[in-house]
Design a protein around this ligand. Structure first.
Ligand code: ZN
Length: 69
């Protein structure tokens, strides 16, 4: 079995993430512009303003309002 030769300490891990923090944030859960309404939304999530994802209507806003009311 492949095993790491040495323990990676919390500080080393944190140091590494601090160097690539911008790329890390962009790739994992960063904010992107919605292609439909152009508002800032979380990447890989349905837009909470217009209900679109990947150019398709996923959640109708009327339904959402009824569900929350
Ligand atoms: Zn949108």
């Amino acid at each position: 079995m492949a095993n790491p030769k040495k323990k990676i300490t919390h500080s080393r891990k944190g140091n590494r993430y601090s160097k690539v923090k911008l790329a890390f944030v962009r790739n994992f859960g960063g904010l992107v512009r919605c292609a439909h309404c152009n508002k800032l939304i979380r990447s890989h999530h349905v837009c909470m303003y217009c209900g679109y994802y990947d150019g398709k209507l996923i959640v109708k806003q009327e339904e959402k309002k009824k569900a929350s009311a």
